[in-house]
Design a protein around this ligand. Structure first.
Ligand SMILES: Nc1ncnc2c1ncn2[C@@H]1O[C@H](COP(=O)(O)OP(=O)(O)O)[C@@H](O)[C@H]1O
Ligand SMILES: O=P(O)(O)OC[C@H]1O[C@](O)(COP(=O)(O)O)[C@@H](O)[C@@H]1O
Ligand SMILES: [Mg+2]
Length: 551
């Protein structure tokens, strides 16, 4: 818990001055605008939501800090207070408990002797000074998107963190996701009411897709006098959180907006992994084991297990690597074809002939283009705008059965779909610890006045990451990476790709990396002769905010 104090960067005054960067509010700043004053000062809300700001700081050797916003960026002269943790009997004895203001976390941990030091994020943790008095805080928590193991643990630990560490008394839960801000009642959250919730799956607050209406949400935040918003959700949710932060800032309202990344699919970039992912991989083992037992016990037995993963096949990949019983793993990132030489059906036939049984793991987003060709399906979307998938498990079962039928070969195929069962479990022990630390870091950041950030684990260290880094792309399994090769060699399955396909994939992935890399922003930063210089806050256009939020 203690700060290592081993900052890799020299401490300079210009660096520590960063939170005091003054950015004139667009329309004056006041923490208590009345509704009429508010609306009369509003320009076009969408105008501002089409922009986000980058706080970049350059140092020696290509060091770049992609910093998160701070309340003082738009509300000058906010008073600070000593952190109440210094009087907390549990924490007051910890040496160097407060994080050194210069501490940052590197994004890419592999370095060469000629590498530039690259992108860094602000290290998460408690600060010496806070920007809220305990009795001034009115916090709220909301959970959005699909379920994921650990949601209740994060809720519990935000509540306990605020109440126990910072003496905060006013905390409410927004029910039913984003739309709950303007269409549902709230629940009071206290240490007592959340005491047991980490043992249950799901979220005690409820969740939903769709219904993100930035203006209505921020109106509700202001009307309720909320000044800390903790938003737990996936890639869609974090985009919504970024829009809320922009609007709160545009109104000059003193309110922290903090995201805690949630997704069972592990599709959020930058962070090491999302909470609940480990629990999901562990629970998937039960389904794979069952599939293996069924397959082994029958003549020409196939156990087919479908796992979640709409656009990213991480659960399928890691569940396969963990199990060692899997003969074939199919994920959205790796295209395949069914018929002909080198096709999937030929491989299945061969493996069955060789071993008498096999286990197939398929991520729900795999082969969607093939199914769509087959079924001439419509491009359906859910309330959040996510693609509604066709059931690849049923489709594949059918195709395998038809193939064996045509060849008049015996087949015993058992299809297992444990997807929602996996998502609905409580988090396992390691995810519980992970959720606790994430929640505590989120709370420390909010008390320290940071805003517009997602808290995440980067190379094993907790960091505050600006929203745009999380929302600009999706984390996907790289099939030109060593980890996918490990899987291929463990299952001994073909890659179904030609050399040309692999080259194209490599190029595609490299392009994606360079489009989001620090090199792109280096060209728009400036330097002074000092080791570190708070350089500028850039307004950039980002496609996320170009469109009105999806409803
Ligand atoms: N681009 C966006 N801008 C604003 N809100 C969004 C955006 N995409 C999704 N949301 C909102 O975020 C919430 C959750 O999104 P969803 O994609 O369903 O789940 P997840 O956050 O788990 O990816 C929904 O209420 C949805 O309306
Ligand atoms: O809850 P729904 O609407 O059935 O959605 C199922 C989807 O939710 C997920 O479990 C998680 O997606 P999110 O992280 O976007 O919530 C996907 O794997 C799956 O495709
Ligand atoms: Mg999502």
């Amino acid at each position: 818990m203690a700060s290592s104090g081993s900052s890799t960067i020299p401490s300079t005054n210009s660096y520590t001055r960063l939170p005091d960067l003054k950015i004139p509010p667009r329309s004056g700043s006041s923490a208590d605008l009345t509704r009429s004053a508010r609306s009369s000062r509003l320009g076009s809300p969408m105008e501002d939501m089409t922009k986000y700001e980058k706080k970049l700081l350059q140092g020696d050797g290509g060091y770049l800090l992609e910093d998160v916003p701070h309340l003082t960026d738009y509300i000058p002269d906010l008073p600070t207070h000593p952190n109440p943790l210094q009087d907390n009997t549990a924490y007051s004895v910890v040496k160097q408990y407060f994080v050194n203001t210069d501490d940052t976390v590197v994004q890419k941990v592999i370095q060469h002797k000629s590498s530039s030091r690259g992108t860094h994020f602000r290290r998460a943790g408690p600060r010496q000074k806070v920007y809220f008095e305990s009795d001034e805080v009115k916090a709220c928590i909301v959970t959005c998107g699909g379920l994921c193991p650990g949601l209740n643990t994060v809720i519990r630990e935000i509540v306990c963190g605020l109440e126990v560490m910072y003496g905060v008394k006013e905390l409410i839960g927004i029910q039913g996701g984003y739309m709950g801000f303007y269409s549902k009642n709230t629940v009071t959250l206290t240490r007592k009411t959340v005491d047991d919730i980490h043992k249950k799956g799901g979220t005690i607050l409820g969740t939903s897709r769709g219904g993100h209406d930035t203006i209505k949400i921020v109106d509700s935040i202001q009307d309720r006098g909320i000044n800390m918003v903790f938003i737990i959700g996936g890639d869609g949710t974090q985009k919504g959180a970024a829009a809320i932060y922009q609007e709160v800032k545009r109104r000059g309202y003193k309110c922290v907006v903090c995201g805690i990344p949630k997704t069972i699919d592990n599709d959020i970039p930058v962070i090491d992994k999302s909470f609940g992912f480990d629990s999901a991989v562990e629970e998937a083992q039960r389904a794979i084991n069952a599939a293996h037992v069924e397959a082994e016990s029958a003549e020409n037995g196939i156990g087919l297990v479908k796992l979640m993963g709409r656009y990213s096949g991480f659960i399928a990949q890691y569940a396969t690597l963990a199990s060692r019983d899997v003969d074939l793993c199919l994920i959205p990132e790796s295209p395949f074809y069914l018929d002909g030489h080198g096709g999937l059906l030929e491989f299945i036939e061969k493996r069955i002939k060789e071993y008498g049984h096999m286990v197939i793991v398929v991520a729900e987003g795999a082969g969607q283009d093939l199914i769509a060709q087959d079924m001439r399906s419509m491009d359906n979307k859910d309330a959040s705008g996510n693609k509604l998938l066709l059931d690849v498990g049923l489709w594949l079962s059918q195709k395998i059965k038809e193939h064996f039928g045509k060849k008049k070969k015996t087949l015993n195929l058992k299809y297992i779909d444990p997807t929602y069962m996996i998502r609905a479990i409580p988090s396992n022990a390691s995810d519980n610890v992970y959720c606790t630390l994430l929640a505590q870091c989120a709370v420390h950041g909010a008390m320290a006045g940071f805003t517009g950030y997602t808290v995440g684990l980067v190379n094993g260290r907790h960091a505050y990451i600006p929203f745009y880094k999380i929302t600009e792309c999706q984390n996907k399994v790289s099939i030109t990476d060593r980890m996918w090769a490990r899987l291929l060699s463990s299952t001994n399955q073909p890659s179904f790709l030609s050399k040309k396909d692999i080259e194209e994939k490599k190029e595609e992935e490299e392009l994606q990396v360079s489009a989001t890399s620090a090199d792109n922003v280096n060209s728009i930063t400036t330097r002074t002769g000092l080791g570190f210089s708070p350089i500028l806050t850039l307004s950039l256009y980002h496609p996320t905010f170009m469109k009105p939020p999806r409803k």
